[in-house]
Write a protein that binds this ligand. Structure first.
Ligand code: SF4
Length: 282
């Protein structure tokens, strides 16, 4: 079996910057162990990264209510709703914000659309942390994740004069986002900034262009961009989040395997997986 590493892959700029903030907080804590470090949600959706940060003293929580007054909290790369920021001010919580600038741009676009009276539509997965943060910026945002939901929204809205301001979760399937916008335009006047971030797009494009007969995407099951990379593969796609999962893959019949990784997957994991697949380690 031939194994090719697909480029680009792995950490994006947003994840690299978020990790840098986390590691410098952990280093500062080593010299002042009285500080409690909290991270609101997984810093990035990768179990290897999260386990490493736990070892370095971070406690991961799913609600700002679980952060004690006066503690230090790191906001994840996915961003938070304004009400979460307000809650930290009221309770003297020290915030270190690792929200990716591309996510901040989406928040701003949603606010601007709402301020101009447009109905905000978020193309994204309901319940995803990034989507929750964007939705928290405006009242009555609608979240849709596919063309079928876009068509339903078209049918359900009687007022054809309704103007939509459409934004997107940064890690969606780029082609699907474009199709959803086209579907909305059949009924509404649409203004849009809806597109995935560049890091997501170039990783998806590289997978689409791969000419082998199978792709292995390394990344956690909870990682949206990892799941989208699997969807983009023009051939069979496998996903593995740990070395145990890599070792249990059934790759029988695969002649040419392309290996890539999600934007939150450490490069060391990809190197170890490729070495094992090439028979260089046991
Ligand atoms: S995938 Fe894009 S939006 Fe998300 S952290 Fe990376 S650069 Fe930022």
């Amino acid at each position: 079996m031939t194994i090719s590493v697909i480029e680009p892959h792995g950490f994006c700029a947003g994840v690299t910057a978020a990790l840098k903030k986390a590691l410098s907080l952990a280093a500062a804590r080593r010299s002042d162990s009285s500080t409690s470090l909290y991270c609101l949600h997984e810093l990035v959706h990768n179990e290897i990264v999260v386990e490493e940060l736990k070892k370095r003293g971070f406690t991961f929580v799913e609600s700002i209510e679980d952060v004690p007054d006066g503690a230090t909290v790191l906001f994840s790369a996915h961003g938070v709703a304004p009400e979460v920021r307000e809650a930290t001010k009221a309770r003297g919580i020290c915030v270190v914000d690792a929200t990716c600038p591309f996510v901040e741009r989406v928040h701003k676009a949603a606010r601007d659309f709402a301020a101009r009276g447009l109905r905000v539509v978020v193309i994204g997965h309901p319940g995803h942390i990034e989507v929750k943060g964007i939705v928290g910026e405006v009242e009555d945002a609608v979240v849709i994740s596919d063309v079928a939901a876009a068509k339903k929204l078209c049918e359900a809205t009687a007022d054809t004069a309704t103007r939509l301001g459409v934004v997107s979760q940064t890690t969606m399937n780029a082609d699907e986002v474009a199709e959803i916008v086209v579907a909305l335009k059949t009924r509404f006047k649409v203004e849009t900034t809806a597109e995935v971030c560049n890091a997501t797009k170039v990783r998806q494009d590289a997978v689409k262009a791969f000419g082998g007969d199978a792709v292995l995407v390394l990344g956690s099951a909870s990682s949206s961009n990892t799941a989208r990379l699997c969807e983009c593969a023009p051939c069979r796609a496998f996903r593995a989040g740990t070395m145990d999962e890599v070792k249990s893959l059934d790759l029988s019949g695969v002649m040419h395997l392309g290996v890539t990784s999600g934007a939150s997957t450490p490069e060391e994991f990809l190197k170890a997986a490729v070495a094992w697949l090439r028979g260089e380690m046991v």
